[in-house]
Design a protein around this ligand. Structure first.
Ligand SMILES: [Ca+2]
Ligand SMILES: [Ca+2]
Length: 249
């Protein structure tokens, strides 16, 4: 499920277990060993104090993980770890014991953009604790824009593509095709799903029509960044710029 959420770029990601050292982790200088696991599977057992099973993995588009540990009474600790194809990352930090240590974990792409981010505040006193940080997607989804391209009309067959330049799939996209010849006009319609950043090709066979007007989302049920590029038409200007019909038999 978490992996699915990653793929659609919507929500939560990694579960991170932070193990703050046991009896031997706090030394006389007030340093606590903190171990952070990303993507490691752990199984609950009484000996581990009821640590829950974690099965999430580091997603493939993450190039590096940046850890930042800070508090008002300590020097900030920062470390960037290259993922290099690994699905689990284990890092150990020596952190001054004390209250309210802020742990920030950021997942970066190859350009250094922050794809996912999570944080938690921990009191480090030497006792075993298990924490969970949920990383959430930081990038806003690109809104949908639908448009038509690659129209080919040889007056027998009509082919074209419906495109979606957003990063969210467009479902139930209605398309009207008005065809005109020497004597009549006809209208055809269908619905399709256009994947994020993708296109769908369609061909209408044996149309025997000289003129076409193709309208994507004619009833404007899908909000787009550009609502002005939804028509491809080879008719006269007054036909091409006319409002779309409200129904299409
Ligand atoms: Ca559009
Ligand atoms: Ca629209």
């Amino acid at each position: 499920m978490k992996r699915l959420l990653f793929m659609v770029g919507v929500l939560a990601l990694l579960a991170i277990n932070i193990y703050c050292g046991g009896n031997s982790s706090t030394n006389p200088w007030g340093i606590t060993t903190v171990r952070i696991n990303l993507g490691e599977t752990r199984t609950a057992s009484p000996e581990q104090g009821g640590i829950l099973k974690q099965t999430s993995v580091v997603p493939s588009n993450v190039a590096a993980i940046r850890f930042t540990i800070s508090a008002p009474d300590m020097v900030t600790i920062q470390k960037v770890v290259t993922v290099a194809g690994r699905t689990t990352i284990i890092e150990t930090f020596e952190v001054p014991s004390g209250l309210n240590r802020l742990f920030v974990v950021e997942a970066l792409d190859e350009s250094g953009n922050i794809l996912y981010r999570g944080e938690t505040i921990v009191n480090l006193d030497g006792r075993l604790v298990t924490l969970r940080i949920v990383l959430e997607a930081t990038q806003v989804e690109a809104p949908i824009d639908l448009y038509i391209s690659n129209v080919v009309n040889n007056e027998i067959d009509l082919s074209f593509e419906v495109n979606n330049s957003g990063n969210v799939a467009a479902n139930n996209v209605l398309v009207f095709i008005i065809l005109g010849g020497a004597e009549s006009q006809t209208c055809q319609s269908f619905s399709l799903t256009v994947p994020a950043g993708g296109s769908v090709s369609r061909t209408l066979y044996s149309i025997y029509a000289s003129y076409y007007k193709i309208i994507v989302d004619p009833l404007n049920t899908i909000s787009e960044t550009n609502e002005e590029n939804n028509v491809e038409c080879n008719w006269a200007e007054e036909v091409c710029s006319a409002p779309p019909p409200t129904n299409c038999p």
